[in-house]
Design a protein around this ligand. Sequence first.
Ligand code: CUA
Length: 385
Amino acid sequence: MIDRTSLRRVQNAAAALIAGIAGFAGCTGGTEYTQTTFHPVTQYGEMLNSVFLNTFWWTMGILVLVLVLLIVAIFRFRERPGMPHPRQIHGNTQIEILWTIIPAIIVVFIGVPTVQTIFETQRRASEDALTIEVIGHQWWWEFNYPELGVRTANLFYVPVGRQIHLQMHSADVIHSFWIPRIGGKRDVVPLASAHEGEEPNYNHIVFTVDSAGTYSGQCAEFCGTSHAIMMMTAVAVAPAEFDAWVESMRASTPAPVPPDTVLPAVGDTATVVQQPAGQPASDPLAEQGRAIFHRSACLACHAISNTTAQGRVGPDLTRFGLRPTVGAGARPNTQENVEAWIRNPRDLKAGALMPGAQEDAAGFPATGLSEEEIRAVATYLRSLN
Ligand code: CUA
């Protein structure tokens, strides 16, 4: 028996279905969604996307078929006045067999490509792949290029067209590496103390990026207070541009100012600062910030290539000026935000392990930097680009 309420329910269900399909179409259209899985730039991502779409269209087909049969049944077999009771049946062997076999066949069509993809995406890297060691930290990402002698954090470069082999582990708890347009997710786990002769339990992702671009992602496994602020960005560039980046990471960071150098006063633009050959000119405030950075507690935890700062506890700050954000996604990389970060990181990111100017953190003493020093250090770090 169908009344107005049931009819309205059917209409509502149909409307919800149409809205859902429209929403899905909206997600797949356009590349303005930076963390979309629908526009992969690697074969790895392509495979994941096609497994998803394969499953999606099978289930949509089933949904449409079931809904059509349901609606036909509602109208065709509805109760009418004076109608006798329908024939009561129980058990129909043919139908029982049919509705066991059809789903089994559908499961095969979904299962086979899925299992194939699992094996494909676990493939070993080829000999000439570029290995990047990825280390998850609470709450930032470390990237090492052992063959190239380059380290960076949160923002990393890859050459287009060359196979990339991410060899991943965690420095603390379990994280998950996920850059949706590249592929993933894959867990990043602490290295278990491997027994003799055993390989450490790295996780791997092997992929080749097809097109140049900037691809962002984030940690995809809850890993503590600031799990949501653990972003990373991959920049895929032409091989020549990649080589130039490597060169700049190794060499172009200005050497620290010797401690006895007379520094210009803040805002004293008339002072000419002697730059080492080939170094980008920086303003006096940045020069001052450089000196402060290299004589304060900063270098106990942070590294900047080609300087005395070689700390490994916190993120490597080489070419920090290139990074889109401060604090692995806490805020955009602006002068104001970098100053706020140095003043007290936990104002921007709960649980951050870096001490502030006046506040200790995680056993590290406060840096004691004054407002003027904070401004200078922020200027220096942002000048490293
Ligand atoms: Cu790391 Cu969530």
